[in-house]
Design a protein. Structure first.
Lengths: 402, 124
């Protein structure tokens, strides 16, 4: 059973069907005037309308991109470069996706100043602290809607109001929230909003940036002037068509999916916390996506838990360093102020709307068994071990400098 | 992670994974902050042979597999022989480890050494 839907999702049958004609039959370039090109152009127009409708925007406010990462880059660099004469200060949080975080890191190397707002133990920022962080130099606020590891939701509406009052551009990364909770650009008071197709049962490598009418950005990709000159390059027609369909379906089924997923989620949280000793929920219990939960279990390490669960047919993920390529423990979980040792014992489960056959009891028992087994092996479980004396050897070659 | 079958076997069926009440050498290495901590217990007889060895590990699949493997390599060896078990020996016996996991192999070798040093300290 695939429980890593916040990493990516399966393309749905309906989406695939919608895309199929645009590979072999309707392969025309949308910029050309003859029949086959016109068909592609029509398909793009329809897709744009569908995406716009799903977030309550106008079609000409949608710029198609290669995905969430590009949308984040375009929004942030695009505004930063556009407004750098006005100021060079940007405000964000310390739990952003790398597509935002590393883009801001790059801008710092170009002398932009970035304020990283901390989150509380629930994973949520303080609006008061945001207000205090604003200066005359602030040109952009970029704060994600829902976090990809925790599933917690930021007060975007409120932040948007503040940004608007102060005349500061506001971008949100809605890659994880879109299709799970309502994403309405008018209600959220945003100027820019990133979307990605592959998180909502659409194809990979396509996404969109909503740019509110009147907001100007410097393009990242210059060329033939497609997408109003903001994103040149012949459009990924089949991908965009699939994305459009996925948006339509996601919007149609939003309420139904929300009901279904949040009830499974609540059952899961309840059963894990009551069945497994020393287990905790990471991030707020209430202010979270319906499909995403993140637990931590004392005295065990996440990668070994993932391996045991995989052996039982469940694919989930972890925030532990040991399963990442960088050997860096999840900065998001660390930002919650958790003991670094505990960060390693985390497990992220993200459900698909079609999780009908998901037997929560069976899954919780499997986790309980795996956790129990690892704890039996662990020198940190039920032992008065003085591991403070085990010092990291920072001068060794093999030190991971964590 | 691309683990060899042997790593997966030692991870799924770890050998000698238990606490040892009557150990006469105990070594703990690693740093739980970095995600691994390993304790190796040894029982050494009068001939300085490792008669029994066990481990407890908090860590990833590779950390558990390397601890398990080193107990198999070291059991029945004299302390002198056991001290010669190198970091590479453990990885080799496991048919290799992903490069990023090589430190786990180091950890196991260091853990055994620490246990032996502890035995010497206790029995001077
Ligand atoms: C919050 C968030 N932003 C951005 C991205 C990047 O999206 P993409 O994979 O489409 O580039 C992801 C997904 O990995 C995400 O979860
Ligand atoms: S091994 Fe973690 S800081 Fe050195």
């Amino acid at each position: 059973m695939y429980l890593d839907n916040s990493a990516t999702t399966q393309v749905s049958e309906e989406v695939f069907k919608e895309m199929e004609p645009y590979f072999i039959e309707e392969y025309g370039n949308p910029s050309t005037l003859y029949g086959i090109g016109r068909e592609s152009k029509k398909a793009l127009t329809l897709a744009r309308e569908r995406v716009a409708k799903a977030i309550n925007a106008k079609p000409d406010e949608i710029i198609f991109t290669s995905g969430g990462s590009e949308s984040d880059n375009l929004a942030i660099k695009g505004i930063a470069f556009k407004l750098s004469k006005k100021g060079k200060h940007i405000i964000t949080t310390n739990i952003e996706h790398p597509a935002v975080k590393n883009t801001l890191g790059f801008l710092e190397s170009l002398d932009f100043k970035v304020t990283y707002l901390p989150v509380n133990e629930e994973g949520i920022i303080s609006v008061e602290e945001l207000k205090e962080a604003i200066t005359d130099e602030t040109i952009l606020i970029t704060i994600m809607h829902a976090n990809n590891e925790l599933g917690t939701i930021q007060p975007i509406e409120e932040i948007g109001k503040i940004a608007r009052e102060k005349g500061i551009k506001f971008h949100t990364d809605a890659v994880q929230s879109f299709g799970k909770i309502e994403v309405d650009v008018e209600k959220l008071n945003v100027d820019l909003l990133s979307l990605s197709s592959h998180k909502i049962n659409g194809p990979k490598g396509v996404g969109a940036l909503y740019i509110k009418k009147g907001t100007r950005v410097v393009p990242l990709i210059h060329g033939g002037g497609q997408e109003k000159g903001i994103r040149s390059g012949t459009e990924n027609v089949p991908g965009i068509v699939g994305f459009g369909k996925a948006c339509e379906l996601a919007a149609e089924r939003l309420d139904e999916h929300y009901e279904k997923l949040s009830s499974i989620r609540d059952e899961l949280i309840d059963k894990v916390l009551t069945t497994i000793p020393e287990s905790y929920l990471n991030g707020s219990k209430e202010t979270r996506l319906p499909n995403l939960v993140n637990f931590r279990f004392k005295a065990i390490e996440g990668e070994s838990l993932i391996l045991l669960l995989d052996a039982k047919g469940y694919q989930a993920s972890t925030g532990s360093a040991c399963s990442s390529n960088t050997l860096e423990a999840s900065p998001v979980l660390t930002a919650l102020g958790l003991d670094p040792v505990d960060v390693h014992g985390s497990l992220r489960i993200s459900l698909a709307p079609e999780s009908d056959a998901f037997d929560v009891d069976e899954f919780v028992n499997t986790i309980a068994e795996a956790v129990g087994r690892l704890r039996q092996m662990s020198p940190l479980w039920n032992q008065e071990l003085d591991y403070d004396g085990v010092m990291c050897k920072k001068d060794h070659d093999d030190c991971r400098r964590c | 992670m691309d683990y060899s079958e042997k790593v997966m076997d030692h991870f799924a069926n770890p050998r000698n994974c238990r606490m040892m009440e009557d150990a006469n050498g105990v070594g703990t290495v690693g740093n739980p902050t970095c995600g691994d901590l390993m304790t190796i217990y040894i029982k050494v007889n009068e001939d300085e042979v490792i008669e029994d060895i066990s481990f407890q590990t908090f860590g990833c699949g590779a950390a558990i597999a390397t601890s398990s493997m080193i107990t198999e390599i070291a059991v029945g060896k004299t302390l002198e022989e056991a001290l010669k078990i190198s970091r590479n020996d453990v990885a080799e016996e496991l048919d290799g480890l992903p490069p990023i996991k090589m430190h786990c192999s180091n950890l196991a070798a260091d853990g055994l050494q620490a246990a032996i040093e502890n035995y010497y300290e206790n029995n001077q």
